[in-house]
Design a binder for this molecule. Structure first.
Ligand code: PMP
Length: 405
């Protein structure tokens, strides 16, 4: 089903109406005090309707209502921080602050190519993988086209679709997970881009290699399958959804990755994509020239080599995510349920007397910022990032107190 149209626009847009002065005729009302601000307020500049229809992305909060020191478990950041090598490389880059960064991010793409065994000239770098997602939509979809993703998918997908005038289409989920049959059933002759996050955010669910392959096989050749792997490094070593291999061999698959999560470089905004030469070429045409900073490129290269840090981060997450899920299971009588997660966060559903909204506020009062997502149809859920051991234990104790478990 198409979701929302200009009718549910969150922005208040001045409508050009019969009262509007003719072009070139200065509205007398704007001469009241002659201030530029007042003049601007009185003119009829309006964003494009598809832009006005965008519900702005709501980022995870960093501060509590009362300003108490809080554990920020709302943005899926790495609780272990950043590898020391990456910090050093970032600091060293301060020597050349007067220079533009390498627009081609040559060394970074070479390092990515070597690390993952893929061709560097088929890698595109982005200001976070967010930009790469936007570039994919911008290069392959536009007015009259459809961009498809699953319900409870990543919040940037509808924004990326609308930004280019395309129509976002949401397929049904299967108990909060990606349902390949529902996605395939929603494909029309207008579908140009399909976004699938694996693991998915905000649900943490995982789609198997066989299911991803089945989805790709069922898509028309003129449709780009974007496999968003922002959390792939958190998977168990034996899990591989085959995305890089599909992107290596198929002309219509793009894989996106990020340095924001397990590599602990969210502040620097570095992501990348990998796909067929013609896919990458089209995206480069609309990429901002100097989109990844010198410090970011240097830190990302160094972080790829910090394999001990990455493995420690993965192991920490696996241990405490498992513990957290088991603790939530003990609160089943209070109506809590954790959706099984393969990422660095868990979606907890509230079906008992204590609502997710109440728990969100009560956790905030106790110094924990988590993510409540009513805007994404998850009024009954909280997405909670796996933090340090101390944070995770304390959060569970607080939750137990709040729901009376
Ligand atoms: N994809 C998914 C599924 C995400 O959760 C995120 C981060 N919230 C991103 C992409 C974008 O991350 P970044 O722009 O920091 O690379």
């Amino acid at each position: 089903m198409p979701i929302g149209d200009a009718g549910d626009a969150p922005l208040t847009v001045p409508i050009r109406g019969s009262q509007a002065p003719r072009r070139g005729v200065r509205d007398r009302r704007s001469q009241r005090d002659g201030s530029p601000l007042q003049h601007a307020a009185m003119t009829m500049l309006a964003p494009k309707p598809w832009i006005a229809a965008i519900a702005p992305y709501v980022p995870g909060r960093a501060t509590t209502d009362s300003g108490v020191k809080a554990a920020k478990l709302s943005s899926n950041e790495n609780p272990l921080g950043t590898a020391p090598e990456a910090r050093q490389a970032y600091a060293a880059a301060a020597e050349t602050l007067e220079r533009y960064p390498d627009p081609a991010a040559h060394d970074l793409r070479e390092a990515i190519g070597k690390h993952y065994g893929i061709e560097a000239d088929r890698v595109i770098h982005g200001t976070g993988s967010d930009e790469v997602l936007h570039l994919a939509a911008g290069a392959f979809a536009g007015a009259g086209d459809e961009v498809l993703y699953v319900r409870y998918g990543f919040a940037v997908y509808p924004i990326a679709a609308r930004r280019v005038g395309a129509t976002p289409i949401e397929a049904a989920d299967g108990d909060y997970a990606t349902d390949v049959d529902a996605l395939l059933a929603a494909v029309t002759e207008r579908t140009r881009v399909v976004f699938v996050a694996n693991p998915n955010n905000p649900t943490g669910t995982y789609t198997s290699k066989a299911e991803i392959a089945r989805l790709h096989a069922g898509l028309p050749a003129d449709c780009l399958l974007v496999l968003d792997q922002a959390y792939t490094e958190y998977l168990d070593p034996e899990d591989d959804d085959g995305a890089l291999e599909l992107a290596r061999t198929q002309p219509n698959v793009l894989v996106t990755r990020t340095f924001s999560k397990i590599f602990g470089l969210a502040a620097e905004r570095i992501g990348w994509g990998y796909g067929a030469p013609q896919v990458i070429d089209a995206m480069h045409r609309i990429r901002a020239p100097f989109n990844v900073t010198t410090g970011g490129q240097a830190a990302a290269i160094a972080s790829l080599a910090a394999t001990d840090f990455v493995e420690a981060s993965r192991a920490h997450n696996a241990q405490w995510r498992g513990w957290f899920e088991r603790e939530i299971a003990k609160l089943g009588n209070a109506g809590l349920r954790a959706i099984p997660s393969k990422a660095n966060f868990v979606l907890v559903l509230f079906a008992g007397a204590v609502t997710a909204e109440h728990a969100y506020g009560a956790l905030m009062e106790r110094g924990f910022i988590v993510r409540w997502l009513p805007g994404q149809g998850l009024r009954h859920g909280l997405r909670i990032t796996i933090g340090t051991e101390e944070q995770t234990r304390a959060l569970v104790a607080a939750l137990r107190e709040i729901v009376g478990g």
